[in-house]
Write a protein that binds this ligand. Structure first.
Ligand SMILES: Nc1ncnc2c1ncn2[C@@H]1O[C@H](COP(=O)(O)OP(=O)(O)O)[C@@H](O)[C@H]1O
Ligand SMILES: [Mg+2]
Length: 405
């Protein structure tokens, strides 16, 4: 039987309703690649992802866009049911996956009866309606803010943020800016081999209102085309950078760039809370160690209490290898979150690249390696591009190599 606790929705219902639900809902397992819902089809049930991962795609001006992905614990269909429209998107699953369907009338009855349930539904509706309804797509979209985060050091936040940012700039030709928000001990200058004469501290005394030109004067350009806002040159200057300034910088940059990538420090202060709040996606980086799993679980619970939308958070397992001593499936269960990305451990590629100040995604030594494929897949999901077959095959291959199935 599935664990209903993975759905934040069900915490808002009394247990007798949950017991009844098991009889009212239907469950179905699918094989990889199955389309369970097509755009314009009637949608009479709310969809709950129990196992596996699904992507939500929508055709706009004959172009297929991936809007977001659904992990175990995520739901789909609120916008259609509440708006009374047929399906606004196509849902396709990857790997083996399992879905639970809740009849529309049960969903609507719960909304009427339970204010907590109604609020969860309304929150998801508000976030998704903009993306799903046609008007949302035709408006000029602002850039995506992607934050790499964890409260523990050594997860690879800085290395992976730098390489993802470089990759999006160089291979996807996106307009990308990377912010080093490890204000006291930022590593991005070293990781990217950049001169460190321009940095965020020079914006502190800028006369308000802060303008794009002021910020751009302090950006350093990497050879890939990536722009970087470096941290102050001295640790003691970190405290002069207030969350409000960072928020203004992010808002201005997101209106002018395709991606704002944020590297963070290993802590959860007002600055990190502000950054998490304004991010479109949080890449929660971890490695397969019990200490990391414990902290990541505490963080995921905290993010839920802070009302940070569940589908904004993606768990990324870095430094993965075959015999980690812990089974990813069990970790997913304990976190009540799917691991969205696996990045293999490749010390012989990553360490020299850190020491040379040259991102590994651009180096010859990473050609045709698993770590490069994993980075491509990660970037492909960030761009919302449809997954290439190869990438997904590689993903399952990676899983196979690591014995993760
Ligand atoms: N996939 C990987 N394979 C091997 N080593 C890695 C990998 N990712 C990160 N590392 C190593 O881990 C170290 C810590 O990474 P870093 O990005 O500084 O972590 P954080 O910013 O989360 O504290 C790096 O110096 C790098 O050498
Ligand atoms: Mg770091």
């Amino acid at each position: 039987m599935i664990d209903f606790k993975i759905f934040p929705f069900f915490n808002t219902l009394p247990s007798r309703e949950i017991e009844k639900l098991k009889k009212l809902c239907r469950f179905k397992k699918y094989t990889s690649g199955t389309i369970i819902m097509r755009e314009k089809e009637a949608l009479n049930e709310l969809i709950f992802v129990v196992e596996g991962q699904l992507t939500v795609t929508k055709t706009h001006r004959e172009h297929k866009n991936t809007l977001f992905s659904l992990d175990p614990g995520d739901t789909y269909g609120e916008v259609e049911i509440l708006n009374g429209t047929p399906a606004l998107a196509t849902l396709i699953g990857y790997q083996e996956f399992q879905v639970m369907y809740m009849p529309k009338d049960v969903f609507l009855r719960f909304i009427g009866l339970y204010p907590g349930f109604a609020k969860e539904s309304r929150d998801i509706y508000t976030r998704r309606a903009f993306q799903l309804l046609e008007e949302g797509l035709s408006k000029t979209q602002s850039g995506k803010v992607i934050t790499f985060f964890n409260v523990k050091g050594g997860a690879g936040k800085s290395v992976i943020a730098a390489n993802a940012a470089v990759m999006l700039a160089r291979y996807w030709k996106k307009k990308v800016v990377l912010l080093d928000m490890n204000l006291a001990f930022g590593d991005q200058g070293i990781l990217l081999g950049l001169p460190q004469d321009k940095h965020i501290h020079k914006l502190v005394d800028e006369r308000p209102p802060l303008k794009l030109s002021h910020i751009e004067n302090q950006l350093t350009t990497h050879s890939s085309g990536l722009k970087v806002l470096l941290s102050p040159p001295l640790p003691e200057l970190a405290e002069t950078i207030k969350p409000l300034l960072v928020e203004q910088i992010v808002e201005i940059l997101r209106a002018n760039y395709d991606f704002v990538i944020i590297d963070t420090h290993n802590q959860l202060s007002d600055l990190e809370l502000k950054i998490l709040e304004i991010s479109d996606m949080i890449m929660l980086m971890m490695t397969m160690e019990l200490t990391f799993i414990k902290n990541t679980k505490l963080l995921l619970d905290l993010l839920q209490r802070l009302k940070i939308p569940r589908d904004k958070v993606k768990v990324v397992l870095n430094r993965a290898f075959k015999s980690m001593g812990l089974e990813p499936a069990k970790v997913e269960k304990s976190l009540r979150y799917a691991i969205s990305h696996f990045i293999p451990s490749e010390g012989n590629i990553v360490v020299p690249s850190v020491n040379k100040g040259a991102p590994f995604v651009l180096s010859k030594s990473s050609e045709n390696t698993d770590i490069l494929m994993a980075m491509k897949k990660l970037c492909a999901t960030l761009t919302g591009e449809e997954f290439e077959k190869g990438t997904w095959n590689m993903f399952s291959l990676l899983k196979e190599v690591f014995g993760l199935n």
